[in-house]
Design a protein around this ligand. Structure first.
Ligand SMILES: NC(=O)c1ccc[n+]([C@@H]2O[C@H](COP(=O)([O-])OP(=O)(O)OC[C@H]3O[C@@H](n4cnc5c(N)ncnc54)[C@H](O)[C@@H]3O)[C@@H](O)[C@H]2O)c1
Length: 285
């Protein structure tokens, strides 16, 4: 648990927009020094300069989360000005090509995994060894999605990538139990951000006159601003899962209901001698 966040150094990836910018704002408001990292340098400069004008300890750093070399350069820059990273938010991500399997391009599949999954792994490998070596309180927040808990058709590469982020976060939490490094996984539902919009389009689209919602159309989603504060609270309190709406319980229950039924009706194929072996991580927290 990190009760006192004052003066901590935070690195947020994907901080030039949406959820990342909200995370940066909330950690700055909590008194942290925040490195805003993003591949979109123009937008990054704009967002960071707003914080600098408010005399907050913000610093922009160019980072392509998919590149290990870019992580090395970014860390050198941040550590030289703000010191070692205490809180890492692996948040950068891209949306789906929105094609069903069969029409989905291999390039879209690879791109989503390069950024949404390998980007998170690269961040952990770059920052975690230093955190463990220093031995002071630290925290890693990975942005998954509610689509890491159940699937939706038409966005398969995104769903698969977010299940991966959830799985790696759950493993990381078990491995780091008993160390001073906490772990959280952020699982938002729809948030009104630039994700999926063409480059250059703004995250604050002009207000549209109210119309009848089209059945099956993508709703706009909630404002990102509340998510930053929810993450700051979760880091302070050492909470692992961070959700944005209790209503998703109905969909998660539906999935686990089917899994529960399938388990209950499965014929044992041999003695389950591996229960304690496979389940050993649960006793760690
Ligand atoms: N918006 C939603 O509805 C929603 C829901 C659940 C999860 N998420 C997740 O939240 C995270 C943030 O998304 P957002 O909705 O704020 O989107 P966004 O597009 O507004 O912001 C994402 C930021 O990531 C940056 N980025 C993209 N590729 C990068 C790379 N290779 N290296 C560094 N930065 C890169 C973009 O430039 C952008 O500034 C993503 O991981 C996304 O999957 C979003």
């Amino acid at each position: 648990m990190m009760k006192d966040l004052g003066e901590k150094t935070v690195l947020v990836t994907g901080a030039a927009s949406g959820i990342g910018a909200a995370l940066a704002r909330s950690f700055l408001t909590a008194g942290c020094k925040v490195a805003l990292a993003d591949i979109d340098e123009a937008r990054l400069r704009r967002v960071t300069s707003e914080f600098e004008h408010a005399r907050l300890a913000a610093r922009a750093v160019r980072l392509d989360v998919a590149s290990e070399a870019s992580w090395a350069l970014a860390l050198r820059d941040v550590e030289a000005s703000f010191g070692p990273i205490d809180i890492l938010c692996n948040n950068a991500g891209i949306g789906s090509e929105r094609q069903p399997f069969g029409a989905l391009s291999a390039e879209a599949w690879r791109r989503v995994f390069d950024i949404n999954v390998h980007g998170v792994f690269n961040g952990i490998s770059a920052v975690l060894p230093g955190m463990l070596l220093r031995g002071s309180d630290a925290h890693i927040v990975n942005t998954a999605s509610i689509l890491g808990h159940f699937a939706r058709p038409g966005v398969g590469e995104y769903v698969a990538a977010k299940y991966a982020v959830l799985g790696l976060s759950e493993t990381l939490r078990m491995e780091l139990a008993g160390t001073p490094v906490g772990v959280s996984v952020l699982c938002p539902g729809l948030v009104a951000t630039r994700i999926g919009l063409p480059p250059g389009e703004d995250e604050n689209p002009a207000p549209v006159p109210p119309t009848q919602p089209q059945p099956g159309a993508r709703p706009l989603g909630i404002d990102a601003s509340g998510i930053g504060d929810a993450v700051v609270t979760a880091v302070r309190e050492g909470r692992f899962y961070i959700f944005t709406h209790p209503e998703y319980a109905a969909l998660i229950d539906r999935r686990f209901g089917e899994i529960g039924q399938a388990l209950a009706s499965s014929a044992p194929l041999g003695p389950a001698e591996d229960i304690a072996y496979l389940g050993q991580g649960f006793s760690r927290y």
